[in-house]
Ligand binder design. Structure first.
Ligand code: ADE
Length: 226
């Protein structure tokens, strides 16, 4: 998979993409992430990328021209399956959307700032808008990190045990069962005996029951279609 991220703050991503599973996926070249500083595509001599909103009002608006120029360059090199704008008024990101995006070849993410981007970017240059939740972040970078992380771990070969992404919470609309490791008894807090019984079928049954119980208790909304 190839991912391009258009941002005013490329260095923001240094931390999240240089650790753990994402770092390994990059090293193994299962995914390639290129960061592009929108400011490098500013056409005026002050290299500004934002301006006052027509009609007045607070906040600055990201201009269309540098974004369009940057995308034009990139579109010469590859065809994008999706051009995604991170925005609090986009479609709410969830596991099915992550699953779908993880099957794509070329993705482009545009991170907004200030009051947002000129509406014409959204009308003409974007194929999909994604929100990671009903709250407003300072910019799209945090949201892009979340979405890219959720996608990358689904790419075959990224997780060492390929089945583990399939047994995640939400993959079957159920929350994962509880997990335990040694010691079996810590300060008198004991691990459920069934897990140490060695009876795999019973353990699987117990885990499934726990998933159902937890989902009913914590996220009944996930069961409402059943
Ligand atoms: N940009 C600002 N807030 C956001 C959100 N909740 N989701 C996606 N992008 C955003």
């Amino acid at each position: 998979m190839h991912i391009d991220i258009l941002t005013l703050f490329p260095e923001y991503f240094n931390g999240p993409f240089s650790e753990s599973i994402v770092r390994r996926a990059l090293q193994k070249q299962l995914v390639q992430i290129n960061l592009h500083n929108i400011r490098n595509y500013a056409t005026n001599k002050h290299k500004t990328v934002d301006d006052y909103p027509f009609g007045g009002g607070a906040g600055m608006v990201m201009q269309i021209e540098p974004i369009d120029q940057c995308m034009d360059e990139l579109k010469k090199q590859r065809t994008y399956d999706e051009i995604i704008y991170l925005s609090p008024d986009g479609d709410l990101f969830d596991q099915p959307m992550a699953n779908l995006l993880s099957t794509k070849k070329n993705l482009l993410f545009l991170c907004g700032h200030y009051k947002g981007v000129d509406e014409r970017v959204r009308e003409h240059l974007i194929t999909r808008e994604i929100s990671i939740g009903n709250y407003v972040l300072t910019g799209g970078e945090t949201a892009a990190t979340v979405v890219v992380d959720a996608i990358i771990r689904l790419i075959p070969g990224v997780l060492s045990d390929e089945t583990s992404a399939l047994s995640d919470s939400f993959q079957d609309n159920l929350i994962s069962p509880p997990v335990y490791t040694r010691p079996a008894n810590y300060k008198g807090w004991e691990v459920p005996e069934i897990l140490m019984s060695g009876h795999q079928m019973k353990i699987d049954e117990w885990r499934h029951e726990q998933s159902l119980l937890r989902t009913r208790e914590r996220r009944p909304d996930l069961l409402k279609d059943e």
